[in-house]
Design a protein around this ligand. Structure first.
Ligand SMILES: Cc1cc2nc3c(=O)[nH]c(=O)nc-3n(C[C@H](O)[C@H](O)[C@H](O)COP(=O)(O)OP(=O)(O)OC[C@H]3O[C@@H](n4cnc5c(N)ncnc54)[C@H](O)[C@@H]3O)c2cc1C
Length: 336
């Protein structure tokens, strides 16, 4: 398809929550928007995997609401049937459940329900890995591994920042200023190894289906059936950041055995023996450990090139959402 980059148009690289929300704002303002994502589906780190008749959230497990702008979005997602409240707190490592009263939300049928809902009506091209970015007379051209190309006056890079920087560096054309490179280079993330285990019977994870351990070697154990997103019992186990870093390249069977063993010890049960089938996700970029203080970064004003995502402003799902909105505000010349 031949695109006309002169009109108000934008190529968004990444169909995670930040990219999709930005794309919707721009589309609603009359822009032509193309969203490219290398994944098979939309959502990025809001990810749900199905196997053995069970569903597993294996990236983000839940999200909270701190501010009104995000709260308004979440209300809309709940009304649309894309999100639901999960719980008001989880057991900690000692089995206590501090009742802090703050709602934790989930996607209605898993985390991907929300990005799937947000992607409706947008031009989202999945399975398209952007491999080069080139500046044109009127904007930007992005080429994908498949040969697919998209052009727009503006470019929005929403992937974890090291991936966006690698895309620009490998393209060999536009480079951010030294100051912008320094700021972008300071954004860092922890890795997370995530094991999903289909179980032969109900898991020993206590109600409401999560144990928030937040230490090493384990960060989290979630029960996807108690969570209300899986018909069959299955747990998601997240390694702690340090353990995940140290074992990131280990063989799948070793990572799976160790995380099942740690989770079994935590729960006082032989989880490995109850496991029917497993799957592993290696998240090189999970949580932000060092963010840029502003909610987005404009690397070029004309033609516009904006970086956004959870590495900017606040972290987590809420931070990523607000960052996408802030990037759209900048492109639309709104104060935000
Ligand atoms: C294991 C784990 C647990 C988490 N737990 C929580 C939690 O409980 N609560 C919470 O609030 N947050 C949690 N998070 C963080 C939360 O998921 C993220 O902050 C948020 O989803 C980030 O959204 P984003 O749009 O910034 O980035 P992403 O969701 O990463 O989206 C970026 C997209 O860019 C795409 N992409 C990258 N490179 C290219 C390319 N070259 N071409 C095309 N597409 C590309 C990717 O496929 C991806 O879809 C967790 C994350 C992980 C991994």
């Amino acid at each position: 398809m031949q695109d006309n980059p002169q009109e108000n148009s934008c190529v968004v690289v990444g169909a995670g929550i930040s990219g999709l929300l930005a794309a919707r704002e721009l589309r609603d303002a009359g822009w032509r928007v193309t969203v490219l994502d290398k994944g098979r589906g939309v959502g990025g780190r809001m990810a749900t995997r199905r196997f053995g008749g069970a569903s597993f959230d294996h990236g983000a497990q839940f999200f909270t609401v701190r501010g009104d702008r995000f709260g308004g979005l979440v209300e809309g997602w709940i009304s649309a049937g894309a999100a639901a409240e999960w719980a008001r707190g989880f057991a900690d490592a000692g089995g206590q459940r501090p009742p802090d009263g703050h709602p934790r939300y989930r996607g209605s049928e898993g985390m991907t329900s929300i990005p799937k809902y947000l992607a409706e009506g947008l031009d989202v091209r999945t399975g398209e890995r952007a491999v080069t970015v080139e500046q044109t007379d009127g904007g930007w051209r992005v080429a994908c591994e498949s040969g697919e190309r998209a052009e727009g006056r503006a470019l929005l890079l929403t992937a974890p920042v090291p991936q966006s920087l690698a895309l620009l560096a490998e393209s060999g054309g536009f480079a951010p200023t030294d100051e912008a490179s320094r700021q972008l280079g300071g954004i860092a993330y922890d890795p997370c190894l995530a094991v999903m285990a289909l179980l032969e019977g109900p898991s020993p994870v206590p109600e409401p289906g999560g144990v928030q351990i937040k230490t090493e070697p384990l960060d989290w154990i979630g029960d996807n059936a108690r969570k209300g997103i899986s018909e069959r019992p299955g747990v998601t186990i997240h390694g702690g950041p340090q353990w995940s870093r140290e074992h990131y390249e280990d063989a799948e069977e070793d990572i799976t055995r160790d995380l099942l063993s740690f989770a079994g010890e935590q729960l006082g049960a032989d989880l490995a023996s109850a496991t029917v089938e497993t799957s592993l996700a290696r998240w090189r970029y999970s949580w932000v450990t060092s963010a840029h203080p502003e909610p987005c970064l404009v690397a070029s004003e004309d033609p516009p090139l904006v970086f956004c995502g959870d590495g900017f402003g606040q972290p987590k799902v809420e931070g990523a959402a607000l960052s996408g909105l802030a990037a759209a505000d900048r492109l639309l010349g709104r104060a935000g």
